[in-house]
Design a protein around this ligand. Structure first.
Ligand SMILES: Nc1ncnc2c1ncn2[C@@H]1O[C@H](COP(=O)(O)OP(=O)(O)O)[C@@H](O)[C@H]1O
Ligand SMILES: [Mg+2]
Length: 141
C-alpha cells in the first residue's frame, strides 16, 4: 500500500471535512479500515462518516457489539469493530466475511484480518495521537 494523503494536526472541529474526504473513497473501494490505538478517534470519525451518509447522529459506539449496521431508505453502512475478537477464526465462525464483498464497510481494529483483506480492495486510515486535541491521519491505499 502507499500513502495517498496525510492530514496533520486534525482537530475534532475539522473531522466533518475529513469525513467528506473519506466518503469519496467509497466511490472506488467499499472497505475502509481504521487503525489506531485506543482513544485515537476511530469511532469518533466513524460517527461523522455515518452521520453524513445516513443522516443519523446516533451512531452507537460498537464497544460491545462487533457489527453495527446503520441504515436509511437509500443506503446501509456496516461498521465492524474487531477489538474483541481473539483470532481470525472467530471472524470466519461469525460469518462476518460474508459482508465484505459489496457493502460500505468501516472496520475498526482490522489488524487480525488485514492479510485476508488482500482479497478485496480497501483503504487504510491510520490515526495517530499528537496531543489531547490533535491527530495525524494518513490514508493508505
Ligand atoms: N482530533 C481528534 N480526533 C478524534 N478524536 C479526538 C480528537 N481530539 C480529541 N478526541 C477525543 O478522543 C477520543 C477518541 O475516542 P474514540 O473515537 O472512541 O477512539 P477509538 O475508537 O479510536 O478508540 C474521543 O473522546 C474524542 O472526543
Ligand atoms: Mg472505537
Amino acid at each position: 500500500m502507499q500513502l495517498i494523503e496525510n492530514f496533520k494536526n486534525v482537530t475534532i472541529a475539522e473531522l466533518p471535512q475529513l469525513a467528506e474526504n473519506i466518503i469519496q473513497l467509497f466511490d472506488k473501494r467499499n472497505i475502509i479500515c481504521l487503525q489506531g490505538e485506543i482513544g485515537a478517534g476511530k469511532t469518533t470519525l466513524t460517527k461523522q462518516i455515518v452521520k453524513k451518509i445516513i443522516g443519523d447522529d446516533k451512531a452507537i459506539s460498537p464497544t460491545f457489539s462487533i457489527l453495527n449496521i446503520y441504515t436509511n431508505s437509500k443506503e446501509n453502512i456496516y461498521h465492524l469493530d474487531l477489538y474483541r475478537l481473539n483470532n481470525k477464526k472467530e471472524f470466519f465462525d461469525l460469518g462476518l466475511y460474508e459482508y465484505l464483498a459489496d457493502n460500505k464497510m468501516l472496520i475498526e481494529w482490522p489488524e487480525l484480518i488485514l492479510d485476508y483483506l488482500e482479497n478485496y480492495k480497501f483503504y487504510l486510515v491510520k490515526i495517530s495521537i499528537i496531543n489531547e486535541t490533535q491527530r495525524n491521519i494518513e490514508i493508505w491505499g
